[in-house]
Ligand binder design. Structure first.
Ligand code: SAH
Length: 445
């Protein structure tokens, strides 16, 4: 049987819509040929059609499942018994016929199945999903995560035992994102359970992540339950943010940076701050509240910048300390360097440059470029808050890229803190892909 080499899929947790500018940029550079476009998944081989539906693994390919990694790649599949449709739940068996897991099948994806449960006794039905969703909500309550914000990620896909399902809560509005065939199949059930457990005024569907194409699913957005209020807002660590649930990036807001934004705010007093890739002003608003002397914020999205400025007004902050620039950060940083502008605190929070390892090389150059320029714009003693949300860039590689950038910028820098996504974005130990957001706080001497 011929199998295409499994392409590691994009982690579903932070979309790369914001990266389109970057993609255009790298495609324009002709020094390296582009990697081939992702191949459609090869249809798994049919086994015994009249047998009960089952996914049978090749001999020796059960190891990652035994370590409880929840994905079955197409290359590990020997054959599919019966005639299941995408989204159906199948038992996964090793070559000797032993049960390994219940998983959602998708014939059209490189990830042929995503595991719902490791227990043969489990029945994957409405009660199963109610239990898993209630457990995810309980975990957030136990950790008192709603103390800091009424904007929370309620369900974080694989790490909450619900592969492909993201649910973000913005006040009393829920936004649901279905990233794979399993949750797509259970869409109505999931919406009913969320309605029952959370009583939101609206459940809005934002199933428009880039990853859906790789799953063979069409993009789909719209109201699923209730009515979308004209204004949706969250209050995070006491700061109000308007959220554009229908047209904003991702599900409307970058909840994962909540605690890192707060940290920046506590350090900003009296400083000249530069916030690159500012979206709706997250880090900028914290810096303004923290008493920054000036905050220059840059983003390529005019809509995001408009909302950012509305957010300043919403909070009654002094707008005269805030400057907004609609520009490509790669170009804007060069201009600032040429103007000899200097800052005390710089935030670099770009979109996902490397959704998969295949993009790592080009993405590394882009990360190095902005960080090198960032280092050059810092005054001695200045702080750089630099992030990567790329699944295709490991912690180690990110640190190496930043070390190379500091070297080429001719600065000595030390890591004073390592940062991650907030606790409503947990990481299942057997699913390291869940730890997609990495941040470093560096102090230059
Ligand atoms: N820090 C933000 C989230 C940043 S998301 C927060 O806390 O909310 C990444 C942002 O980068 C998006 O707003 C996107 O519009 C912007 N972006 C993407 N490519 C860009 C580019 N080349 N130049 C400027 N902004 C860009």
């Amino acid at each position: 049987m011929s199998q295409t080499k499994p392409r590691s899929p994009s982690t579903p947790h932070r979309q790369s819509q914001g990266g389109k500018d970057f993609r255009k940029r790298v495609q324009r550079s002709k020094d390296q040929p582009d990697k081939p476009a992702p191949q459609p998944a090869s249809t798994p081989r049919t086994g015994n059609v009249s047998a009960k539906p089952c996914l049978n693994l090749k001999s020796g390919r059960e190891k990652s499942l035994q370590r409880r990694h929840p994905w079955v790649f197409s290359g590990a599949v020997e054959c599919i018994d019966g005639a299941p449709r995408s989204g159906d739940t199948l038992p996964v068996r090793d070559a000797a016929g032993n049960f390994l897991a219940w998983a959602a099948y998708n014939a059209d994806s490189q990830i042929t199945a995503r595991v719902w449960s490791w227990s043969e006794k489990d029945v994957i039905d409405e009660a199963f999903f109610r239990y898993r969703i209630a457990d995810a909500i309980k975990a957030r309550r136990t950790l008192s995560l709603d103390r800091d914000s009424n904007g929370l990620r309620l369900i974080h896909g694989e790490s909450d035992g619900l592969p492909g399902l993201i649910v973000d809560k913005y006040g009393d509005v829920l936004v649901m994102q279905l990233g794979s065939a399993g949750p797509e199949h259970w869409r109505d059930t999931l919406a009913d359970i969320l309605q029952e457990l959370c009583s939101p005024v609206c459940i809005y569907e934002r199933s428009d992540s880039d990853g859906r194409e790789l799953e063979g699913l069409p993009k789909r957005c719209g109201v699923l339950r209730g009515v979308l209020p004209e204004k949706v807002e969250v209050t995070e660590h006491g700061i109000r943010f308007a959220v554009d649930v229908a047209a904003g990036q991702k599900t409307g807001f970058y909840l994962d940076q909540r605690d890192n934004r707060a940290l920046t705010g506590t350090l900003a007093a009296g400083l000249d701050v530069l916030n690159c890739f500012c979206y709706t002003g997250g880090f900028s608003l914290y810096a303004l509240r923290g008493g920054a002397k000036s905050v220059l914020s840059i983003d390529s999205s005019q809509e995001a910048l408009q909302l950012a400025q509305r957010n300043v007004v919403l909070n009654g902050f002094d707008a005269s300390r805030a400057e907004w620039q609609c520009a490509d950060v790669f170009e804007a940083l060069r201009k600032l360097r040429d103007q000899n502008r200097k800052f005390d605190l710089i935030v670099l929070d770009p979109p996902k440059f490397a959704p998969t390892a295949a993009f790592a090389e080009k993405a590394s150059r882009a990360y190095k470029d902005i960080n090198l320029l960032g280092f050059k714009l810092l005054r001695p003693g200045g702080l750089l808050f630099t992030y990567s949300c790329s699944g295709g860039i490991s912690d180690d590689l990110f640190q190496k890229i930043i070390a190379g950038a500091a070297l080429d910028a001719g600065v000595d820098a030390k890591i004073v803190k390592k940062l991650h996504a907030a606790a409503d974005h947990p990481v299942l130990l057997s699913f390291p892909e869940g730890a997609y957001l990495k941040g470093l706080v560096l102090r230059v001497s």
